[in-house]
Design a protein around this ligand. Sequence first.
Ligand code: FAD
Length: 867
Amino acid sequence: MNKPASVPEQVDAVVVGAGFSGLYMLYRLRQIGLSVKAFDSAGDVGGTWYWNRYPGARCDIATPDYTYSFDPELEKEWTWSEKYATQPEILDYLRFVADRYGLRSDIEFSTAVTSARWDEHEKRWTVTTGHGEEIRCRYYIMATGCLSVPKSPDIEGAGRFAGPVYFTSRWPHEGVDFTGQRVAVIGTGSSGIQSIPLIARQASQLTVFQRTPNFSIPAHNGPAPADRLQQLDEDRDGYRHDARWSRIGVPSEPTDVLGVTASEAVRRERFEAAWQQGELVGIVSVFADQLLNPASNDIVAEMIRAKIRSIVKDPGTAETLCPKDHYFGTKRPCLDTGYFDTYNLPHVRLVDLRKQPIVSITEDGIETADESFGFDAIVYATGFDAMTGALVAADVTGRDSLSLKEKWAAGPSTYLGLMTAGFPNFFMLTGPGSPSVLSNMAVSIEQHVDWVAGCLKDMREEGLDTIEPTELAESGWNQHVQDCAAITLMPTANSWYMGANVPGKPRVFLPYIGGVDGYRQACDDVAGQGYLGFRMTGPGREQCRDGVIRRMQPDVAMVLELIATMDLPPMETLSADDARALMAATAATRPPGPEVGEVTDGVIPGPAGDLPYRLYRPAGSSEGPRPLVVYFHGGGWVLGNLDSDDPLCRDLCERSGAVIVSVNYRHAPEVRFPAAALDAFAAVQWADANAIELGGIPGQLSVAGWSAGANIAAVACQLARDAGGPHISGQMLICPVADSDMTRPSYQENGDGYILTTALMRWFWDHYADPADRRDPRAAPLRGDLQGLPPACIVAADFDPLRDEGVAYARALEDAGVPVRLTRARGHTHTSVTMVGVVISGAPVRAEIGEALRDFFPSVESRERVS
Ligand SMILES: Cc1cc2nc3c(=O)[nH]c(=O)nc-3n(C[C@H](O)[C@H](O)[C@H](O)COP(=O)(O)OP(=O)(O)OC[C@H]3O[C@@H](n4cnc5c(N)ncnc54)[C@H](O)[C@@H]3O)c2cc1C
């Protein structure tokens, strides 16, 4: 079809793939004046919609959204007939687009690209096709699709069946008539769920072989949603803008309702609304925390399971269809039309491969551990080698003869999911590390194509012709992609998002879950910062601003954004009492922290009166004494009390298995330096003397603190050494104030915008100590004698003004011969590590803190891992 007489030897760009992304890429490249050649192994345009012709194949994003939006005229000329269009209609649409913009003349169909090789000298790619043609280009763009390489069935005897075998992803163009046949369907992912009800209508017997049950909700297909159409009619640009800046590429109002705290009535109401709406965007956002908190997720999952049980009449079959081995949304949820109801038909049977595994495919059917089945046809709905399959299937070789397959042997590595170091001028559309399959792909594809076209245009205007990400930028992005996934439940599932469906494929979370909006912002920021993280060259010149575009932990960034919207007055503009009241008000809204075995309040005799303390005993500690940790709260010697650090103390108690004694101390400005430090030392002496009464082990006592609390903990260690006791086993200093010098680089980098500001730190110092006292080691422990101090663990956070003094204290202690563990809280601020139950990414750092505390105490009991 459409094969030109000769292939041009040289073009500006080669595009592989003529689906949604390849077509639009071709259009945009032409628009910026580049010569382009596109190839597709398919016989026509359409990609996914060319290949997947199985009965019931439809989109699962509503058609007003699953459509190109780059040209308002195109939108006017095309009307979708249904909420979820069928495969033939979507294919017609893509054909219409190809014809409307005259794209076919630059596409060679039925032609696979088999290899692409970078020539460093010529700065060009040589692309080879399955027909043996070669074509040279400057830019090589793979628009090869995330779900375009079918996964071959890993079942014994798969080739042995004598009857017809069908793959949902390679369905015969003329269709299949199953009337009167005994049919087997293997696989219950999206394609299985869509096709099973229709195959059941024809087959005389249908047997479905299921390994993993999947969550599915009714699509409630019908006309395109009237509310969406109305919004589009009234303000198309506004609607499209909202889609581009939404979480998944479909306009929607984010909810702040938490599943764990919502009332039963609210939970039910929100779930039923999403069930009735029949859209992914609704069911994945019933609660704001459903992909973060297992308890919240289980509420949604259980409601779906209840629906399945209410539809499927046979209780055993219903139970087998209920997904229980993964959290809802950690595998792509499906939309169906009558799927669960199909199992009520007398000729439809479900076989649970977990209980009755397939032993082999035979000549006339399927043999399981317990039974032999005879079939006339077998349908494989077994999915795809997703996201990386097509990219590594073609032999792409970059600089120094390194192939993409080799580079990605341990998992894909990309910058923005768009490019990869060592492969200049090679772009991937919707590559791993971009939102792609977690989004409305029409929106993600347009964004990727627009970014690539914009980049190539900018390069040309600057006289540049090669582009490649730096190693630093790429590893920073990979880390960010994994950080975003790590705060969700996504990596817990054996999903194709994790590569888990393909034997031997590395387990890495492949797509970017930071949102279509967050991703677009990152791409825009990269371009806006002079293509940060890309090295670009042209005749006689090179341009490179190296760096990492997203270094902050994603949930820390979210908390900062939330705080910014609250418009709080800067603390340093308040009186000490007002600042304390503000801190108490914010503390009251936090999650309480984990349960511990026991909490008791008491008082310690301090140097100038009683000091309140709160004691946390870990669960199970009634069996015997535990090591003691005397803890001091943060708050710049001015703010804070036993309540302010309560969740953190609970967390440390459970993680360390130690008894935590959190001691309040006298605050400035009412009582200034050195009162807080002297109180801390007195508290340590008292705890040591009363270890047995406190449930501690005599001689096993450490100190800990956060911020100013870490400052007085460190000072207490110096005072104890000078006084000849008590013996302190270790000092845990979380983001400590170690010095009064505010000129270190971390103050310049992080002095504004991360809660603890330079101005606030100055306010704290002014309240606490006269300038003359600030060099005293009891205010600035870094300036003291550091010989003979207890082993230390120091936590230094990237976005903390105090980061460098914490690191300096660690180095100085080390130089003085003190064993030191320096824990870098990557992507964290001064406060975020302590936000228990709010900042999920703080948990691994606190796990390290717990481990370090246990290491301070060599006894067996203390080393037992409590949580
Ligand atoms: C059944 C199904 C339903 C889906 N429904 C939705 C939906 O509702 N919403 C949504 O957002 N997404 C959906 N998707 C995802 C869908 O893949 C994307 O929406 C979109 O169609 C991808 O377009 P693409 O051009 O990037 O890739 P594809 O459409 O996959 O096109 C890639 C093309 O590249 C060609 N190709 C690959 N390698 C080579 C090579 N080496 N040489 C030559 N040609 C090659 C392939 O033949 C293919 O035609 C669905 C996917 C499937 C399988």
